[in-house]
Ligand binder design. Structure first.
Ligand code: ZN
Length: 317
């Protein structure tokens, strides 16, 4: 069934300055950024630390959390108590801290009922010196503790170069970070809980940022999964179809490269979309790189034209 009153919801992003951020969100992306160390664009978020607003239309100016609460119809009445996902674009010139996220069960118990954090990364751009850290080399929890306490980071962490179009799913308990000029589109559970393991001995205002070693050491999966299981190459996927990149208990993510007129169906409770390259139209609405929007419940047929790439996601309920 189609709900014509459920029209496209364009979203205004929120920007975050970070120690390790850069200026590419203002140079290569069409954003007004707050400064030269802008690390994150929270593109579609209803998290209290960065609640996006709706741009234009009937709900102009509503925050996403407000809309979620007042108009559950738009989101297919999922029954979830909060907006489940968070989409970011990240400019990592330096490295963010080496970190791990809790799962739902651990976060519920230790973090005031917050969600845990499953996240995934689609690499938008990579340089020769770009890399990411995913997993570690410790064989047992005892060995992990020992290496962390002795500060043997080089031997402990698993660092790997990734290319544009690589896709990586980071489960809770996976030690991770990235940087060196990587641009990433991240889709994650709506949570901001991070246990910092190592911050490269950096200082902010003369002080090191807090580490959360006890919690991290409890959460880190030992041994880590093999590296090959993490990195999926997506550059060779066919154009003009929705390529499913991942389906897990929290979300589904697709990549769609449009090079000719194509019609897809919005048959999810609601669908989040980000234009990551080029420009075109969606049911007559002009869209271009850097636009983020939600297609509500019952949106029906989605006619796309132009030359562009979209990354779409939906919550798995
Ligand atoms: Zn993370």
């Amino acid at each position: 069934m189609n709900y014509p009153e459920h029209s496209i919801l364009f979203i205004n992003p929120v920007f975050k300055q970070m120690l390790w951020g850069g200026n590419r969100l203002g140079e290569d992306w069409p954003y007004q950024i707050p400064g030269d160390n802008t690390g994150e664009c929270w593109a579609i978020s209803a998290h209290p630390n960065g609640d996006c607003t709706v741009k234009g239309g009937k709900y102009d100016g509503y925050t996403l959390s407000e809309l979620w609460e007042k108009e559950p119809d738009l989101f297919g009445n999922t029954g979830l108590d909060r907006f489940p996902l968070l989409v970011k674009i990240i400019d990592a010139q330096g490295y963010s801290s080496i970190q791990v996220h809790p799962d739902d069960a651990y976060a519920k118990e230790h973090e005031n009922g917050s969600f845990g954090k499953m996240e995934c990364w689609y690499v938008l751009d990579s340089k020769e010196e770009s890399s990411l850290v995913v997993g570690h080399n410790a064989g047992t929890r005892e060995e992990l503790r020992e290496m962390v306490h002795k500060g043997e980071w080089k031997d402990l962490i698993r660092e790997v170069h990734v290319e544009k179009d690589d896709f990586i799913q980071i489960e809770p308990g996976t030690i991770h970070t990235f940087g060196g000029g990587l641009m990433i589109l991240e889709i994650q559970q709506n949570s901001d809980i991070t246990y910092r393991v190592y911050d490269f001995d950096r200082l902010t205002n003369g002080k090191p940022r807090e580490l959360h070693l006890d919690k991290a050491l409890e959460m880190i999966t030992v041994p880590a999964k093999p590296l090959e299981d993490y990195i999926k190459k997506t550059g060779v996927m066919p154009e003009n179809v929705m390529n499913l990149l991942i389906e897990c208990e929290y979300y589904r993510v697709w990549k769609l490269d449009v090079t000719k007129p194509v019609t897809i169906k919005q048959d999810q409770s609601f669908m989040l979309m980000s234009v990551t390259r080029g420009e075109g139209t969606l049911n007559g609405n002009e869209i271009k790189k850097g636009d983020h929007f939600i297609l509500p419940y019952g949106y029906g047929d989605v006619n796309l034209q132009g030359d562009m790439q979209l990354i779409a996601s939906a919550c798995n309920v």
